[in-house]
Design a protein around this ligand. Sequence first.
Ligand code: IPM
Ligand code: MG
Length: 370
Amino acid sequence: MSTPNKKLLILPGDGIGPEVMRQVHRVIEWFDKKRLARFETSEGLVGGCAYDSEGAPISDETMARAQESDAVLFGAVGGPKWEALPFAVRPERGLLRLRKEMGLFANLRPAMVFEPLVGASTLKPEVVSGLDIMILRELTGGVYFGEPRGIETLPNGERRGVNTQVYTTSEIVRVGRVAFELARKRRNKVCSVEKANVMESGELWREEMQKLHDAEYKDVELSHMYADNCAMQLVRNPKQFDVIVTDNLFGDILSDCAAMLTGSLGMLPSASLGAADSTGRRKALYEPVHGSAPDIAGKDIANPLACVLSFAMMLRYSFDMTEQADIVEKAVQSALARGVRTTDIMQPGTARVSTTVMGDTLLRELDKLA
Ligand code: IPM
Ligand code: MG
């Protein structure tokens, strides 16, 4: 029985966010009932719904609660309703503010193929079967936040849009450390990805990764790859990779690509972690890689598994609850092995179920595993 003071802030957000998060709530309640883990949960608004009722994609009050929590569980943000808003109040800014102000520089996006889903991938089974790679995306720097940025009107009346790709040594080294540490617990390989052939920031990235490796992580195998080649290699032969470490923008793109190898974006969880404080505690936010999918929102057909697997990552990375995390992941495995599928991962010979029924199935499998 664990102590009851693990503070979770739950931010379901927009679109399918609330309905997939609902299934995570049921898993949290299940842990509580079985006395396997207890959390103090509270909810808040983020994204378009926060803009509608609080005037900002995330309020200062919600930000403060996020900073005080042991972990934030995040659903998804955005939708057509808010697409014409000024940049500064778009739903996505809520997520970007959380990442930046909580200092969540390390974004772990594991792409794992669950064996029952091998056939759901658009790639040949032999290419993806057994796939288990980790994309580590730098999350608080690069072109997402670099200055100068903006749109200006030139004297000749032409408009000019500017963003800046920028990285400093310390930003590269701290995410590099996370990559090497992760690799040591996996298959001991890191592939660092940039465009050193055309960008100075990429040249710096490559040099700093190599220096860090030579100084502290000689036992880990390090290779370097250009981002365009990496995109190609991910669909050609993804199993060559173990940990891929890359910048914010390349990581955004390559992780969507890696996600699709597993059959559906609806399966992919993620963890965003800050630096460890003196007690070893890290600020943390957990979210499914998929977006708010407004086209299917409210229909009870979205896949809740990425959100549930994000919760499992939280158990593992924020609370060291390895056993509990294993149970959740096994329950997902067994639910899939039973042949239940949400629409996004449908295959011939399996049963199409709703979000809620997927949740029911998970709880039944959890009961068997407890
Ligand atoms: C992601 C998303 C976000 C990003 C959006 C919603 C701002 O695509 O988490 O991958 O670009 O980082
Ligand atoms: Mg993305």
